[in-house]
Design a protein. Sequence first.
Length: 431
Amino acid sequence: DGTAVDVELSASGLRDANSEVIGSVIILRDVSERKHAEQAKAQLEEQLRQAQKLESIGRLAGGIAHDFNNLLIPIIGFTDLVQYQLPEESPSRKHLTKIRTAADKATGLTRQILAFSRQQVLEMEVVDLCQVITEFKDILQRLIGENIRLHFNLPNESCLLNADRTQIEQVLLNLGVNARDAMPAGGDMIIETGHVYLDADYVQAHPDASEGPHIRLTVSDSGVGMDADTIDHIFEPFFTTKEKGKGTGLGLATVFGIVKQHKGSIWVGSEPGKGTSFNIYLPYPVGTPTSSTRKTLELATVTGTETILVVEDELMVRRLICEALATYGYDVIEAADGQEALELMALVDRPVQLLLTDLIMPGINGRQLYEQLAQTYPTLKVLYISGYTDDVIGQHGVLENDVNFLHKPFSIYRLAQEIRSVLNELCVQGS
């Protein structure tokens, strides 16, 4: 039928009784299937190498996040304290505001790195992807500008996921920025969702995907497109085709990390001059999705007079927390580690309502400390804090819905809100 095939040729001479060459024997073997298998194997090996490279970079990024977070807390916290103590008319306030803005940007950068490394702490809940997109469309339209037409193709039925809503919005935001930058003269951006089933053939071609029912999110643009070499690198952190100062190179790396942390997969289709499509597949929830049971209390005030035991091995962080809580009216007892906390609690002559402890410390960790104290003080409440990454924190069992946890870095007001919320729960239970 005219189809070209790959063949393997073997040839040998045909000789008579006198060893004279009288002809030849030529054997052709169809090796098309073998060639295709070798090409598929090479492609899989390249995908594996790429995945291992991204994994290594992710581990490196996650490893430094804890130290960054502990450095950011004093910068953010002491800036807030000084602003709180200065009069409104003080000329120093504008300088402090600039410091705070820079610290917030550093916090955002750290979160993007954690997102890429798939080690940020997720707040999972049941979300309808279609509803998230609908509620986010005004923000997207303002982001991409009036010269880009935004289109939606959403099904009538719900697209339920167990996901971190904020991170799904971050995916939409980053893909929106990418589409906008690909269409400087304007164009069309299309967002689609739907229910799909990834079969064995798809999984074989995309080893990072999993077989089964998924929710598909597709974000397409009519922009400049990308060549194959660019596509191979777009999910690497700090890779960018933009001018210096126009981007961090973390936008698509962040998308990749968020999708992977949600157990999903992402595939990109693009050609120069023909636009780009990002296809994201997020798996159906196993069983019946359940919403987070953690309650957020409406707070009339964040101040209080209760006694709080603060346990934190980082000196600067501990001093900040203790000074901030004293400013909010609390009676504070401080300890540098779990052993010192146990010794202090054996000596205190007043009730302690709350244990505020770093989760991961040398010696006795925060979880072990609370379990020991709870045997003697059964009404004691606990709030864990940590700058470690999701996988490390998860090993200590504090990512469950009924556990009070606050991830570093945080503002002192956010900390005060969380403390007041936990203590208010204690008041409700005791009434």
